[in-house]
Write a protein that binds this ligand. Structure first.
Ligand code: PLP
Length: 723
């Protein structure tokens, strides 16, 4: 039997190599499972050991326990209040890990078991910002999926890749140009356990790629009850180039991408076999893992089945989720690259000719002009395919109708499951406490029942909701000031200018958040279409508006970097600079700060290119209001009273015309709806109309757009196959 180090019991070497004092010994156990990150007292228990070191460690408890001073540790280990908090946290962790029959899946997904779990494959996982294996929405969504699967008790194992350099860290130069840096992760400082065999030796999977044998090891990370296996080629004895496969997330060339995806797909299946797992279903979360279908077929053809028979069985086991209608999101490779990476032995083992093999990745068979696409491969080899919102399902059916040319577009077999976010991860601690008090300790479960949730939220007094918002905004302003101050120091700005960061933003002003990848279709520039009109809104003496921006541009996307620079330079305009701030290095932590605190979340993608979007869902859960183009999830969420819809239903004749119309609609909404509602106050300073919108947003959006709902829907409709 393959075992992991957790079963052997990892040994503690923190605080100078000593074991933790017995009163707080449970911290060791807690630090090995990311469950702490979504428990209400989880991060504060670690933080309170030593706030400064905690921040320096970027909120990584493993590292904290290694580097914390004996003095800080002993101070807390002899503090009875602290000791009690650790005990309580450990007790709830143990109860969580051993909860058996009362979990949702025990009653609703009996066919899915530990031996026959869901195998969830993804190229990135955003579990926590201390584990930087994600670039954006896809990874965060995958992380939320694992957490909800864990909460629901759904037997699921996840498979991904370990990237030693992770995704890039963003720094803006003084002239606003983005620079990228990469930090190498320290495996020894993360809760990663090498997967070992019966003999205690690390398990190695072997793959043949580019004509060489590559050895792959695997690390296990605990996400509550869900294990995440991360494949890693940085193994001694491998060719240097092969060791680099586990280097950067989305940083390499086409060939690197292809072999990364082979490691994920082929290596992932081989690993699961070594773990003696026969998954009930393989979930391909985006096409990056589509090669796994080939490996599953190869297992059968090697045993004598022909490819057609094998493919039929594979299809009955695999489900595919597509995540974007944007072409760049669909990986494709030229035929010679595929041939070089796989080698002819691979298709011979499948019982296929070269052409037959290449056809698996083409929309039209024998069309040699086509590249080998992972989306066509996945659509062909999976029994079910879905987009991530109703609209995206529809768009995907149109986009991929070409795979089924004889069918009407409505008959294209692509459905949809709308994305959701993990409520305990994204809700602010303060609002969570209010939900616990007013809805109940089981508020995440009450969310399953929209009517019960709505009734409970109805009873929260306006003052209490507003108080949370006011405090959260103060917190955001403090956070922003510190970040901006730090960034200015780092850019070697004059000290007086750096210190003026302490007066940016105003906790009383209407605050608008805009944070997302800098990609053309997200239309970062839309807001600046009429700079004068925008300036009037920002500089209004009585009713000012302020902006917080964040987002990364893809390192190779010069156009996106220019957009970012334009934005950065605009906010340096002395008039604007105190009312508009760009936060560098957007990641899960920055996202959390923003979504928990801003009044309005702005989203203006070019329709219909936003497959779902999830950041606005996080905002809604926190009582923020969405002002968004009707696309993705917002088309389903918006009901006329829980936020605003920017832009018109119909598109303009040209892109420019649509952009101009949407910009005008955006300004009009801000001027005539958003600002008046926010600043309308009673004698006590309460904005009742605004709070009514907030409340209605929480009531209508939180039950529909959380990831428990999403995972339950995947389970019922996709994993159990009742589509
Ligand atoms: C939620 C989240 C996203 C997804 O945001 P959308 O713009 O809505 O797709 C991206 N990055 C981070 C860090 C997030 O937390």
């Amino acid at each position: 039997m393959v075992q992991t180090m957790s079963e052997v019991g990892p040994t503690f070497e923190g605080a100078g190599g000593d074991a933790l004092p017995e009163t707080v010994a449970a911290l060791e156990r807690l630090s090995w499972n990311y469950w702490w990150s979504w428990n209400p007292d989880g991060s504060s228990v670690f933080r309170d050991l030593d706030q400064e070191v905690w921040d320096e460690c970027e909120h990584n408890p493993r590292r904290l326990l290694r580097v914390i001073s004996q003095n800080s540790l002993m101070r807390m280990a002899t503090d009875p209040v602290y000791i009690e908090r650790v005990s309580r946290l450990a007790a709830s962790f143990d109860a969580y890990m051993t909860a058996g029959a009362q979990v949702w899946a025990a009653a609703h997904a009996r066919e899915i078991t530990r031996e026959h779990p869901v195998a969830y494959f993804c190229a990135e996982f955003g579990v926590h910002h201390s584990l930087p294996l994600y670039s954006g929405g896809l990874g965060i969504l995958a992380g939320d999926h694992l957490k909800s699967a864990s909460d629901l008790g759904l037997p699921l194992v996840a498979v991904g890749l370990l990237y030693h350099q992770g995704y890039f860290r963003q720094r803006l130069r003084r002239d606003g140009w983005q620079e990228e840096t990469y930090n190498t992760i320290d495996v020894a400082d993360l809760p990663l356990q090498l997967v070992r065999g019966d003999d205690g030796e690390p398990v190695h999977i072997e793959l043949e790629m580019r004509g060489r044998v590559v050895r792959v090891r695997a690390w296990r990370v605990e996400i509550g009850r869900v294990p995440l296996y991360l494949l890693d080629t940085n193994v001694e004895g491998n060719d240097e180039i092969d060791r680099m496969i586990s280097g950067h997330l989305y940083g390499g060339d086409r060939e690197t991408r292809c072999v990364q995806e082979m490691v994920l797909g082929l290596g992932g299946v081989r690993l699961l076999r070594r773990l003696r797992l026969e998954p009930h279903v393989f979930h391909l979360n985006e096409g990056h893992s589509a090669f796994l279908t080939l490996e599953l077929a190869r297992e059968r053809t090697e045993r004598g089945e022909n490819f057609e028979e094998a493919a039929r069985v594979v299809r009955s086991r695999c489900a595919f989720t597509t995540h974007t209608p944007v072409a760049a999101g669909h990986d494709e490779f030229v035929a010679p690259l595929i041939e070089r990476c796989f080698g002819e032995v691979y298709w011979q083992q499948l019982g296929l000719t070269r052409e037959e093999f290449l056809n698996l990745g083409r929309v039209k068979e024998d069309d040699e002009s086509e590249l080998f696409g992972l989306t066509p491969l996945a659509l062909r080899m999976c029994r079910s395919s879905n987009g991530v919102s109703r609209k995206h399902g529809e768009v995907s059916r149109e986009l991929w109708n070409k795979m089924w040319p004889t069918r009407h577009v409505d008959e294209v077999p692509i459905t949809s499951v709308t994305n959701g976010v993990h409520a305990p991860t994204w809700v602010s601690p303060l609002l969570r406490a209010l939900y616990e008090e007013r809805v109940g300790m089981d508020w995440t479960r009450v969310l399953y029942d929209a009517a019960a949730w709505s009734a409970a939220v109805e009873l929260i007094p306006d003052e209490e909701l507003w108080k949370v918002r006011r405090l959260m905004k103060k917190r955001l302003v403090a956070f922003v000031r510190e970040r901006v101050y730090g960034a200015r120091l780092q850019q070697h700005e004059p000290l007086a200018y750096a210190e003026s960061a302490r007066s940016v933003l105003d906790a009383g002003a209407l605050t608008i958040g805009f944070a997302r990848r800098v990609a053309a279709y997200k239309r970062w520039g839309l807001l600046l279409t009429d700079a004068e009109r925008l300036r009037r809104l920002i500089m209004d003496a009585e009713r000012p508006m302020q902006f917080v921006f964040a987002g990364k541009a893809h390192p190779q996307d010069q156009g996106a970097k220019l957009i970012l620079q334009q934005m950065a330079l605009w906010e340096l305009d002395p008039e604007v600079t105190r009312r508009a701030v760009f936060l560098q290095d957007y990641d899960q932590e920055v996202a959390r700060q923003l979504v928990q605190s801003v009044d309005v979340w702005l989203n203006v993608p070019r329709r219909p290119l936003e497959a779902s979007g999830t950041s606005g869902e996080k905002v809604a859960l926190n009582g923020g209001l969405n002002l968004s183009v009707l696309d993705g999830w917002w088309l389903e969420g918006y009901d006329g009273r829980n936020g605003w819809a920017a832009g018109e239903e119909s598109l303009g004749e040209t892109t420019e015309e649509s952009d101009a119309r949407d910009a005008d609609s955006l300004y009009r909404l801000l001027e005539s709806e958003v600002v008046p509602a926010f600043y309308e106050r009673d004698e006590a300073g309460l904005p009742h109309r605004w709070v009514a919108l907030m409340r209605h947003a929480i009531q209508t959006l939180a039950p529909a757009f959380n990831s428990d709902r999403m995972v339950r829907e995947y389970t019922e409709r996709v994993y159990l196959g009742n589509q």
